[in-house]
Design a protein around this ligand. Sequence first.
Ligand code: NAP
Length: 251
Amino acid sequence: MRVGGKTAIVTGARRGIGRAIALALAREGANVVVGDIGREDCQKVVDEIKGLGRRGLALKCDVSSTDDVEDMVRRTVAEFGRVDILVNNAGIISYKPFLELTDEDWDKTLNVNLKGQFLCARAAARDMVKNKWGRIINIASISSGGCGIAFPLIAHYTASKGGVVALTEALALELTPQGINVNAICPGAIDTDMAKGVKESGQLAQVLTRIPKGRLGQPEEIARLVVFLASEESDYMSGSAIVIDGGWLTT
Ligand code: NAP
């Protein structure tokens, strides 16, 4: 068991990549809190976690709400005694030309994708420092500028994910000396509801020509990387942004 006996919180875990991460961590021995803005279906994931012989807890949590996030961490500690692993996975995307982006588009995306990760990391790390051990894993994107690339129609999303990579480095600097490793994962195109837009727009074939692997990634492939970063195997890693994209960034 690579994370046996640990307690993990995974946000946005009722479907998609978050669900795969929650189940992978449970398979490797962790008890898992399944947090999501919609509580329906969270319980189904918890039932699957219980089927793997672990404990789970379904919590309604809008990651952009300070109250919800602090309540999620408080209830996790009340139920399991501590927080060991936080996976900041919840995220949203929308598509619009830059010149048509509204203040609301910008604020909503930044509040969920970036402020949400800040709020969850702050609340969880306040518990982790007491135990001098923790893992914070932030889900960013190859669409994050810097080491990644920019795509049209998602300036707000790209800015939020670039912020996630920068936040990861800043947190690693402050928290690593206190026993908390902080890393980011930058996925390429992963086969979830979020990738539906690409499929429905008829652009999938064209996108695949740019991915040397010739296919979309699967949520479970991201989950395996999360398990590695959550485990002792990655003890010397902190402050990294790891690209997992089937080779897309080489093209
Ligand atoms: P997804 O299928 O759309 O799932 C996102 C999950 O986040 C949903 O369960 C959603 O809840 C939840 N969520 C949305 N807003 C929330 C909020 N304010 N508070 C709590 N939960 C919230 O997306 P995904 O593809 O699994 O993506 C997961 C993460 O990977 C995201 O951060 C995304 O940006 C990143 N990513 C995805 C891809 C990709 O190609 N799929 C590529 C790069 C990065 P509801 O179901 O209730 O809406």
